[in-house]
Design a protein around this ligand. Structure first.
Ligand SMILES: Nc1ncnc2c1ncn2[C@@H]1O[C@H](COP(=O)(O)OP(=O)(O)OP(=O)(O)O)[C@@H](O)[C@H]1O
Ligand SMILES: [Zn+2]
Length: 741
């Protein structure tokens, strides 16, 4: 056994034949009793247990419950040779399950997402890109090599034969064929190698006095060895990353593990590069772009403390760290930290929860923190560090409103004369301009001028968006695409379809028409086949390969464009519409992030916000830069409305193929609101969800509001359990919803 070291505190050893409770990954609402196998087992061990005719994965959760016929109890089949889930991890999973109302088996599945879990270590054959080229190139061979190049971040990743074949959609024979010319090299390698040690003594950059004070505060917090959370707030380019890397160094020096969460895979490679420069070697990576082989290595090495630092996506929170000392959540306000898929959790909150069980420190870094974090600082729950100015000569850009009511702009055009002047001045000085519009595609609406029909998705309650570069219409809800029709699908008249409203592709057209000599480029996620392709383009632009960049929210995040001195926001009012409770907060964050892209080097930057309502309080707050004033006002408004973070909310989405059945179920829930009323909570709805149909399923919403101290989760569970759910209807509960879609 690998893990036969002395039993840590809080863990129990069981001798062969003892009754143990096992939490499985099967959809059962309780643990099951088994007998400890030969050689015994301990709490936290990952095991295989017989269940009916099958063997399933489980984790030893504690002593058996003893409420089952003892004669029928079977023995644990096998203890897996993997690091156990320690007491802190188990407590975290239980708490996260209770908080998000996610069943424990689903939580355990999140925590055991390791390919080939329990497989014996040993040697295996791996394949890397070699220096040669194949004598004869075929389409299939090309696909294999493209894939390998695509996933190569400079680390020459290794693949297994079957991985390469399945990822590239070819056969193993194709892969083997590439061995001959040396385009691929084959080697024997131990299954899972430890990660090389990072060196915390490697010197970092010389810090400014603000930065040093921040770094020292974080080091002190880490030395306490206890849980704590610090909001690291600093304007874009102030050196937040430099400061938290000092905290990383401290944790590494203490021999503890570090997790850094980034909101976007596209940002990882630049960050990995900085880690390598700072600590001499690359950390482990965990996100959707990582191969299965590497995933397995990361999972195992994290459990054995043979990976000191992981950089990754939110699911990295569920890796089995054995001694986690620090979690950094970079760009903590980012919406993508809220998982909107199977398990609804906010990675920022889960990071805090996980750290509290592991005696770890959390650093939440942002130029524009979430209101939740700001409130937690005000309440004294989080510490706060401020970096008020940009590093070096760079200054925050001057922010100005362009009052669109005064601009003379023909219909179908969106770049105001004032903005045009600004761009022209940049072109003259060989500086870059960024036009920001958070709308992918060419135009949000395609309208038939003959009959008035708007082309909609057949499966969703959404319009099809024209993507002119691809010549297709696309549904942004379900991804359905179809060729751009020539005639109206409703009335059949030809040549009358018109684009209405702007998307980034259309802005590019307008910019190019205004400045025929300029190099105009679009940065939008749908235009890049991979994170790698996007990264390459970002690097080219940073080096000066474009004069005018048109971008979606993608550009707001973390990228550095030294030549960029003007940011033009095409429609600053866009985010303020709609009923979203976070509309003001999101707009404020987004505008400040985008503006922060300008003037990152010596040349001063300017941000121009096109708006029809310059007197709107949010627009005024953005322009004045009075952040504290904005947060205080926003907090007061939320407190008055009794909404998060002052009140608690849960969003329920019911969906199914039959609209009546979905509504009936919603109405039945709304009537049976006894358990909610008992805690003083109110239920609103059922009402059609803002997106009322997705992929052919009708969606209905209920919203529950409660006081902050009310035991909401327990009441929700009781409430939902009383009403029989029709088989075809799905129900998802989102605690603290971020959006009301
Ligand atoms: N003390 C320093 N010495 C040298 N360079 C520094 C220092 N502090 C910051 N920099 C440089 O300034 C730039 C901005 O710093 P950094 O990326 O750490 O800021 P940030 O606040 O994390 O930015 P963002 O909000 O865009 O993520 C980087 O290129 C960084 O290397
Ligand atoms: Zn659709």
């Amino acid at each position: 056994m690998l893990f036969s070291d002395p039993l840590p505190p809080n863990e129990t050893a069981f001798a062969q034949g003892d009754l143990v409770a096992v939490q499985t990954t099967q959809p059962l609402d309780r643990t099951l009793d088994y007998r400890a196998p030969e050689g015994g087992c301990r709490t936290g061990d990952l095991v295989e247990v017989p269940l009916g005719p099958r063997r399933v994965l489980g984790c030893v959760w504690g002593p058996g419950r003893g409420d089952f016929d003892l004669s029928k109890i079977r023995a644990v089949a096998r203890v897996l040779d993997e690091a156990p889930l320690d007491a802190a991890m188990r407590a975290f999973l239980e708490k996260a399950s209770a908080y998000t109302l996610t069943p424990m088996p689903v939580m355990l599945r999140l925590a055991t997402r390791c390919p080939d879990l329990g497989a014996a270590p040993g040697m295996r054959r791996i394949y890397r890109r070699g220096p040669g080229e194949p004598a004869r190139m075929t389409e299939a061979r090309g696909r294999v090599l493209d894939l390998m190049d695509e996933l190569d971040d400079g680390g020459a990743p290794a693949f297994t034969l079957s991985e390469l074949a399945s990822l590239s959609g070819t056969s193993t024979a194709v892969v083997k064929g590439l061995l001959k010319g040396g385009a691929i090299a084959e080697e024997e390698a131990p299954r899972d190698l430890p990660f090389p040690a990072l060196d915390p003594q490697h010197p970092g950059k010389a810090l400014t006095s603000d930065q040093s004070a921040g770094a020292e505060a974080l080091r002190t917090a880490l030395r306490s060895g206890r849980y704590g959370t610090t909001l690291l707030k600093g304007v874009t380019g102030s050196g937040k990353t430099e400061v938290y890397l000092e905290a990383v160094a401290e944790a590494l020096a203490q021999g503890r593990q570090v997790l850094v969460l980034l909101p976007e895979i596209a940002l990882t490679s630049e960050f990995i590069f900085r880690v390598e420069a700072r600590f001499g070697t690359r950390p482990a990576e965990w996100h959707s772009g990582v191969t299965q082989t590497e995933r397995r290595r990361v999972w195992r090495m994290v459990g054995r403390h043979e990976a000191q630092m992981v950089v990754g996506a939110r699911s990295a929170l569920f890796l089995p760290f054995s001694d986690l000392g620090l979690i950094v959540v970079d760009e903590e306000h980012d919406q993508s930290y809220k998982q909107e898929e199977t398990v609804l959790y906010n990675a920022r909150d889960m990071a805090v929860l996980r750290a509290s069980f592991s005696g770890a420190q959390v650093v939440l870094a942002s130029a524009t923190p979430s209101l939740e974090s700001w409130v937690n600082v005000q309440a004294g729950k989080y510490a706060r560090i401020d970096l008020a100015s940009r590093y070096g000569p760079a200054r925050m850009p001057a922010m100005k409103a362009v009052d669109m009511r005064d601009e003379d702009l023909p219909s179908g055009r969106w770049i105001s004369p004032t903005l045009v002047q600004g761009i022209a001045a940049r072109l003259e000085r060989k500086e870059q301009s960024l036009l920001f519009l958070n709308r992918r595609g060419y135009a949000p609406v395609t309208l038939c001028r003959a009959c008035g029909h708007q082309i909609a998705c057949p499966h969703c309650d959404a319009r099809m968006v024209e993507h002119r570069f691809r010549g297709r219409l696309m549904c942004h809800q379900c991804g359905e695409t179809r060729p751009m029709p020539v005639e109206c699908p409703s009335c059949g008249v030809e040549g009358k379809l018109a684009a209405v409203g702007p998307g980034v592709e259309r802005m590019a057209e307008e910019a190019q028409a205004l400045f025929p000599e300029a190099r105009v480029t679009v940065l939008s996620s749908d235009l890049f086949s991979s994170a790698r392709a996007l990264k390459a383009r970002v690097a080219e632009i940073a080096a000066g390969a474009a004069d005018i960049v048109i971008g979606t929210q993608l550009v707001a995040k973390g990228h550095n464009f030294p030549l960029l001195t003007l940011v033009g926001v095409i429609d600053a009012d866009l985010g303020l519409q709609g009923s979203d409770l976070r509309a003001a907060e999101k707009t404020f964050q987004m505008m400040r992030q985008v503006a922060g892209r300008a003037g990152r080097a010596e040349a001063p930057g300017e941000a121009l916000l096109q708006t029809f309502q310059p007197e709107h309080p949010v627009i005024r707050a953005i322009l004045s830069g009075d952040e504290e004033g904005f947060w205080a006002a926003e907090a007061a408004a939320r407190r008055a409305a009794g909404v998060p973070p002052y009140g608690r909310m849960a969003g329920l989405v019911l969906s199914g193929p039959d609209v009546q059945e979905v509504f009936d179920f919603g109405a039945a829930l709304a009537r049976a609101d006894g358990p909610l009323r008992r805690i003083g909570a109110q239920v609103f709805g059922p009402a059609p969800a803002p997106i009322a149909r997705v992929r052919g399923r009708h969606r209905v919403r209920l919203l529950v509001k409660a006081e902050r101290s009310a035991p909401l989760q327990a009441a929700l569970a009781d409430w939902v359990a009383q009403v029989r759910q029709p088989g075809a209807v799905r129900l998802s509960i989102d605690i603290d919803p971020q959006s009301f879609l």
